[in-house]
Ligand binder design. Sequence first.
Ligand SMILES: [Fe+2]
Length: 387
Amino acid sequence: MTFYYKLGTIPHKRHTQFRQPDGSLYHEELIGTLGFSGVQSLLYHLHPPTQVQQVALERTVDVPYEERKVLCHRHLRTKSVAKGGDAIAARVPLTGNAAVCLSVARPTETMPYWYRRDRGDDIIFIHEGNGILESQYGTLPYQPGDYLVIPTGVLWRLLPDLDNEQRMLVIEASGHIQPPKRYLNAYGQFLEHAPYCERDIRPPETLVTHDEMGEFEVRIKGRGCISRYLYRHHPLDVVGWDGHLWPFAFNIHDFEPVTGRVHQPPPVHQTFAGPGFVLCSFVPRLFDYHPQAIPAPYNHSNVDSDEVIYYVEGNFMSRKGIERASITLHPSGIPHGPHPGCYEESIGKERTEELAIMIDTFHPLNLTAKALPFEDETYPYSWTIQH
Ligand SMILES: [Fe+2]
């Protein structure tokens, strides 16, 4: 991540003797990216994190893509996706490529195990529900509108408040998630023009050290399977850590929109950069203020991208027939724009209450077979006025 943070107790000097009350040493673990050249954090465990008792296959992970017969715009109505399972089991993968996989999830259970990715960071966007992101780095309460950004190697689980409905959009990246470089100065600090800054990023709040023995399960997702690791000690046995690599929450409502005299293009809404994709947040904002402005976007052919929009709340100004938790996929710059009437209707409006997330990928996306039951097959013709 972007700045130094620490929780718990750490020694004055790294890689020196740091002893437990019984005189034994705490056990260091350096978790870092890019082969000791990226961001990293140094954790201090009660027990060596290497002491696994058993490794076994939990299940293979296969994302069957549809056999594409025609290239066209797609619309998925995911509002009615089935509830059930924990935050991993509940994921329904809908579209993806080698760089990124997008799923929705409506979990109804607490994860009885901890989880980490083999390669790549996760973003979990909380559409509905509250709870806690628990990790080796501490506990982090979450709420609607939060992006939970969980770097590779973080050992975590979700503890949803099961009295609330839970609805999430999950973005599994094949590499690391960063703020756009143009928001940062040469020292890594957010610049004044950035639509959010360090103050908006919520690190883990409280470090809870578990000194318990028993049987504890960690699941690692990667290389086409989920592997099960069993330990005798509780995996969240960290007494302190410091560094730049840690999970965080950033709420979409803390994104300060950039507006202009005329329509501003999607890059002004960019929130994160990932390998092979960008993520943008469309948030409630004042419309354009040129006296002749047309606030709705112009038709466009963004030829090098596939564009996904997840519709969160409010009326999306340029679309009709879209509902909460709808997902549209506009591939390969096939022309698209406002639906009939939306262009004219936007003129003179002062503000929009739309809340949506856009993920533009630089390689083609495929729909999964699991996406097809949610498809609105009339969508490719929704711009056409029938006479
Ligand atoms: Fe677009």
